[in-house]
Design a protein around this ligand. Structure first.
Ligand code: FAD
Length: 319
């Protein structure tokens, strides 16, 4: 059990390798995911993040014209996968935990599970709106912002639980990462407001920041500079995603609210097929990685979507 922030302290000169995976779709075998992860172990990832996917509503047509609304989770299993990866590969895992869909009590219970499993690293997030809704709605009795979630985690690190009769509970030892947005969180009215709340997350106890993906390093460098100017002094881990499909030119900007630079989008539009797109995506990501590594970033964190081939090619050139 190592807290991620110790890696950044101990290896202040070396750029570390880490990546993010998604839990498999419900019904898929975990062995497929393991098959993708195994080759990447060659590059000794220091930690692997596992995303959390909240519930969705699906509507089924039933007899006599009735519509049934069902609540389902397409990618359950974040905590179980973290434990399974630690067991199989002996590497630290970092589950993402979100406010959406959780009451405070359920959050506390989830954190207790993690504590018992020896998982001491988490990324604390608000989460997005349910897919069919247009704005984020906190669960009644749940948290509205990542800040509130961090406060709860820090309380548990001091032995404070929700039950007021429990005077001194076991202190947890969570190390907390939070999200940062070099191109602004899409709901924030301006960058200044986003920095204000990012700073608040750090003041409340966040140990480091992981950025949203970006395709121009200048955006990361200027984000770091601005964070420092606002007194945000924790490590800022750049998150990188190699493009693999032409359709991502449309999907990524609308889903993640980030720009794809013209040079990259034109090169992808010129590709005959997705094999060529993948190769451009890898090349672009290698160049980004080389420059970030030369600038001495603490870690390069890749969004793998659970597939290893692009990340393998990139890691081979960087680590
Ligand atoms: P917050 O930090 O709470 O910020 C949300 C918005 O509210 C921002 O505009 C902020 O400026 C503003 N704000 C913050 N605090 C306050 C306050 N106290 N008062 C008023 N305004 C405030 N989503 C998932 O569902 N599962 C995942 O696994 C997941 N992993 C992610 C990993 C990374 C690295 C990143 C960058 C994002 C991830 N997301 C994930 C998406 C994330 O949940 C969304 O971007 C979400 O919209 C915001 O989450 P947050 O933690 O940044 O929110």
């Amino acid at each position: 059990m190592t807290n991620i922030n110790e890696f950044f302290r101990d290896n202040s000169k070396e750029t570390l390798f880490s990546y993010e995976i998604l839990p498999p779709l419900k019904g898929e075998s975990i062995n497929v995911l393991f098959g993708h992860m195994s080759p990447l172990m060659e590059f000794k990832p220091k930690f692997i993040n596992v995303t959390y996917h909240r519930e969705e509503y699906i509507y089924k047509q039933r007899e006599r014209g009735l519509i049934e609304k069902r609540v389902t989770r397409k990618r359950p299993g974040t905590v179980g996968i973290c434990a399974a990866i630690m067991h199989k590969f002996h590497v630290e895992t970092v589950p993402h935990i979100i406010c959406g869909g959780f009451t405070r009590e359920e959050t506390e219970n989830a954190l207790i599970d993690l504590h018992y499993l020896g998982i001491t690293n988490v990324v604390a997030l608000r989460g997005d709106a349910i897919k069919s809704e247009n704005r984020f709605q906190p669960e009644p009795g749940g948290h509205a912002y990542a800040c509130d979630l961090i406060e709860q985690i820090m309380g548990m690190n001091r032995g404070i639980y929700l039950d007021e009769d429990l005077l001194q509970g076991t202190k947890t030892n969570f190390c907390v990462g939070v999200a940062g947005y070099p191109e602004k969180h899409f709901e924030a009215p301006n960058m200044q407001s986003d920095f204000k709340y990012l700073k608040r997350k750090v003041e409340l106890g966040a140990d480091y920041i992981v950025t949203q993906m970006f395709f121009e390093n200048e955006k990361y460098f200027s984000f770091v500079e601005n964070c420092r100017a606002h007194g945000i002094n924790v490590p800022i881990i750049p998150g990188l995603k190699p493009l693999t499909h032409r359709r991502q030119l449309k999907i990524i900007p609308s889903l993640f609210h980030v720009d794809i630079p013209e040079e990259l989008s034109l090169a992808i539009e010129d590709c005959q097929d997705d094999i060529a797109v993948k190769s451009i995506g890898i090349e672009w990501c290698i160049e980004q990685s080389k420059q970030l590594k030369a600038a001495g970033v603490p870690c390069l964190h890749y969004y793998s979507m659970g597939k290893s081939d692009s990340i393998y090619e990139i890691a081979k050139n960087i680590f």
